[in-house]
Design a protein around this ligand. Structure first.
Ligand code: OSB
Ligand code: MG
Length: 375
């Protein structure tokens, strides 16, 4: 059994400009800023990316909090436990910290990457993801006009993306989606409200129900399952939950209550790749389709999302888009969409990619290092 002894964990912040602003019901991003972790263990290095953002809008976590919880609690707890002989030890050692799932996921990813590299095993092989390449969709931010959104969408469809997800918010919903649907009658379309509506908006969702959408993602509150179950009972279109699913336990509860018929799995949101696999397994056992979501990740976490997208229960295209949908230059070698709308799953050991040294140097700020306490 592979065992690694971690000698240091380095944190840094990465800043990458986005090719275009990304607007959702909770705000607008013009750049990607995230915490990146580098684990050193003997002659292997592992990388982890945290999906938290600059402000706690999508979730409770944010970059400053993630950094603080990692340096003060999470990294010291993992280091204090000694060598890692099983990647599940990461989650066990940080279980005493409540929440902070995005920070935990980043740490697990970095340690897992190092552990897999030491054992020369790919992440896809480790989780049992056999599909390669994987079909990809794309998430389209809210733009000032429908024309601008249509132009952006046409560009994606020309590239081959297999499903288009439209961000909606109150005031920019039914009419926008109707007009886009009229222009693209045969394109698999979905909408994502990022929890912007309340049960009083049921008539809006009943109108959207007529447009043949593949799914309606997270229409209601991030911390609510009951209202989603009531809404789902009134709709033919499947509700897909994103924000509401924090772990496999939530996934089971949501499915059993009828709060959703599809789940968007984001490893960063559920506390790590191992928990994401458990969400997948729970949904698959119950015959609920899942797909892999995204958080505008750099190539580091994109590699892990693509590996997870190869799992057998992932039966819908995810928000796993190519590097050029997000950045002019990625942190890693670019991920490229094939003309048939698929992307290759990295095959090398660990997550299969690493940051390019020149890009890392150009995009890093505030490097900090944590080492095991001397006994
Ligand atoms: O709700 O799925 C979401 C991006 C940031 C935060 C939340 C979401 C998203 C996306 C984009 O929809 C997915 C991607 O392309 O990475
Ligand atoms: Mg979403």
């Amino acid at each position: 059994m592979t065992s690694i002894a971690i000698s240091s964990i380095e944190l840094r912040e990465i800043v990458l400009p986005l090719v275009r602003p990304f607007r959702t019901s909770f705000g607008e991003d013009v750049e990607k800023r995230c915490v990146l972790l580098r684990v050193e263990a003997g002659d292997v290095v592992g990388w982890g990316e945290c999906v938290a953002d600059v402000e706690p809008r999508y979730a409770e976590e944010w970059n400053g909090g993630a950094r603080e919880s990692l340096t003060r609690f999470l990294i010291p707890s993992v280091l204090a436990g000694g060598p890692i002989s099983d990647p599940a030890q990461v989650a066990e050692r940080v279980r005493w910290v409540r929440g902070h799932r995005m920070a935990k996921a980043a740490l697990e990813m970095a340690v897992l990457d190092a552990w897999l590299r030491a054992g020369r095993l790919s992440l896809a092989a480790f989780v049992g993801a056999g599909r390669d390449p994987v079909p990809c969709g794309v998430s389209v931010g809210i733009a000032p006009t429908v024309e601008a959104m249509l132009e952006e969408i046409q560009g994606y469809l020309t590239k081959g993306y297999r499903r288009v997800k439209l961000k909606i918010e109150p005031g920019r919903d039914l009419e926008v989606v109707r007009r886009i649907r009229a222009e693209l009658p045969d394109t698999p379309l979905s909408v994502d409200a990022n929890a912007a509506y309340t049960p009083a908006d049921a008539p809006l969702f009943q109108a959207l129900d007529e447009l043949g959408l593949v799914m309606i993602e997270q229409p209601l509150g991030h911390d609510d399952l009951t209202d989603h179950a009531r809404l789902q009972a009134r709709l033919r279109t499947p509700i897909c939950l994103d924000e509401s699913i924090r772990n496999a336990h939530d996934a089971v509860a949501a499915i059993e209550m009828g709060a959703c018929r599809v789940i968007n799995i984001k490893p960063g949101r559920v506390g790590g790749l191992l928990e994401a696999k458990r969400v997948h397994d729970a949904a698959r056992e119950r015959e609920v389709p899942v797909w892999i979501g995204g958080m505008l990740e750099t190539g580091i976490a994109r590699a892990t999302n693509l590996a997870m997208a190869g799992l057998p229960g992932v039966t819908m295209p995810g928000d796993t888009s190519a590097s050029d949908r997000y950045f002019r230059e990625d942190l890693t070698d670019p991920f490229v969409l094939a003309p048939d709308g698929t992307m290759a799953v990295p095959a090398g050991p660990g997550i299969g990619v690493e940051p390019r040294p020149d890009r890392l140097a150009a995009c890093s700020a505030g490097i900090e290092r944590v080492e095991p306490a001397v006994p």
